[in-house]
Design a protein around this ligand. Structure first.
Ligand code: FRU
Length: 491
């Protein structure tokens, strides 16, 4: 058996098409921006170790959201502290004055966290600061006037997410403040005024603190635009630890007014946290999350790096039986990874015998698509396995009304007590037909059910690559389509 904490490189745990840093620790995606044909992905990074430490902003770029080139570190800790999460915008009118007249600087806003102040027990240790780039994002300079927002006496006050408001001709910022979000506005990214607050007890889910907000306009099927506020929280997720909830409402350029204050989860799985959307993308809300969970992120058995991002996803508003919901679907770019099907069957009615799909498994990354009828379905289990006896089980339980992922026996689960678990996601659709996409990549699976209404992301660490697959029905599994496609390696 492999030791729980491998001392050497673990190439077999390296995802083939999800972003991972070459080496060392990564957490939240930061500063997501599309600029001059390049996707920028910055990330919380500790470049000297595989656990959280002095936070830098790592940087990677891509032309297609799939093949990433790691770039030099964009931001490093300075005299004001570590560099926590934040966002980036294009200041096309140079309203910030951070560039020379006529220039169009890229501007980042992030949280400075002063460790010395934290150790001294000061609560006013987080401040908001700026950095800018005049070469399209290749190099970054911190603003001499930092911090532009000194701490007002709030212990957790971080993760600014910026958005330009064309009607008001100013930027708005969503900022996490313990148990709520504050909205601020500014004409120049330097002078900020508080506009409103949203959250607190009784509003959505609480656990630890709220983090990494994002406010996004999305158009509903009836053509109306609503505003969606993403809020990550840890702990307090539906399957333990870290998760992202959202609220749907209106935003009048100053105040976010939710339609209601119920808790809704963007992704029910244990491993999608702190996700936000790209700036400067006109037609889509493109999202990426950190594919881990604060409960065990610093113990996962990968080396020399720790953590991957989720696949890029598009967020869409859908009308579900209980009202509007945010669905997540793979960004259309991801489909280009698909290779010709190794399994393509139509009209399969499953009896007592499980279907052996092993011959169709080619490599450690792939995509299953199941289109099924739920009318008479009690449930089913899709199992990925290997010769070492590890199994990852994924399925549907009609009685409980949920999709589930069981990684209890999926290989190396002993590195943290809560990792061995069976996670569930409510089925939100009620139609008699359902569809399921399962994308797997060496050590992760992303499940999109009912056209992205129920989503789960989960890590696993088999001791050997998967080379077995079976599909078994509890009763009544009728498949219109059963398909498996291998996926390209995008490294
Ligand atoms: C979320 C978070 C942020 C913070 C960053 C620090 O995972 O806690 O709130 O800015 O990570 O690395």
């Amino acid at each position: 058996m492999r030791p729980a904490h491998p001392p050497a490189d673990t190439p077999e745990t390296r995802p083939a098409w999800h972003f991972t840093p070459r080496a060392h620790w990564m957490n939240d995606p930061n500063g997501l921006i599309f600029h001059r044909g390049t996707w920028h992905l910055f990330f919380q990074h500790h470049p000297h170790g595989r656990t959280w430490g002095p936070m830098h902003w790592g940087h990677a770029t891509s032309g297609d959201l799939l093949r990433w080139q790691e770039q030099p570190i964009a931001l490093a800790p300075d005299h004001l502290g570590m560099v926590f999460s934040g966002s980036a915008v294009l200041d096309s009118g140079n309203r910030s004055g951070l560039g020379p007249a006529g220039s169009q600087p890229l501007v980042m806003m992030f949280t400075h966290h002063d460790m010395a102040d934290e150790q001294a027990g000061r609560i006013d240790r987080q401040h908001q600061s700026l950095a800018f780039s005049l070469d399209g994002g290749a190099t970054w300079t911190t603003h001499a006037g930092n911090p532009v927002m000194p701490n007002p006496g709030v212990q957790d006050w971080r993760d600014p997410k910026l958005r330009w408001l064309p009607q008001r001709q100013c930027w708005t910022m969503a900022l996490a403040c313990g148990d709520h979000i504050r909205f601020y506005s500014s004409p120049d990214l330097k002078r900020w005024t508080e506009d409103s607050r949203f959250g607190g007890a009784g509003v959505g889910a609480h656990g630890g603190v709220w983090e990494c907000p994002d406010l996004i306009p999305l158009t509903a099927p009836d053509g109306r635009t609503h505003w969606v506020l993403l809020v990550s929280l840890t702990p307090g997720g539906p399957n333990g630890g870290s998760a992202t909830q959202y609220f749907i409402g209106d935003f009048d350029d100053r105040t976010f007014t939710p339609h209601d204050t119920r808790t809704r989860w963007l992704d029910f799985g244990p491993d999608n946290y702190a996700g936000v959307t790209w700036a400067e993308v006109d037609d889509r809300a493109l999202f990426i999350g950190w594919m881990s969970n604060w409960q065990y992120a610093d113990k996962v058995p990968t080396a020399p790096w720790r953590s991957a991002m989720t696949m890029p996803r598009e967020l869409q508003l859908r009308t579900a039986p209980d009202g509007l919901r945010v669905a997540s679907v793979p960004a259309r770019e991801v489909a280009t990874l698909c290779q010709p099907a190794t399994l393509a069957r139509q009209g399969v009615a499953l009896g007592d015998a499980a279907l052996d799909l092993s011959a169709a498994l080619a490599g450690t990354q792939g995509r299953f698509v199941l289109q099924l009828s739920t009318a008479a379905l009690r449930g089913f289990t899709l199992t990925l396995g290997n010769a070492a006896g590890d199994v990852l089980r994924i399925g549907f339980d009609a009685t409980a009304g949920c999709w589930w992922i069981d990684r209890n026996a999926s290989g190396d689960v002993g590195f943290h007590p809560v990792f061995a678990q069976r996670a569930t996601a409510a089925r939100l659709a009620t139609a008699a037909k359902s569809d399921l996409q399962l994308w797997f990549d060496a050590t992760s699976v992303e499940l999109f059910a009912d056209d992205g209404l129920s989503v789960m992301t989960a890590l696993f660490f088999p001791r050997q690559p998967w080379n077995r697959a079976t599909l078994a029905s509890d009763d009544g599994l009728m498949l219109d389509t059963l398909e498996l496609r291998p996926l390209r390696d995008s490294r």
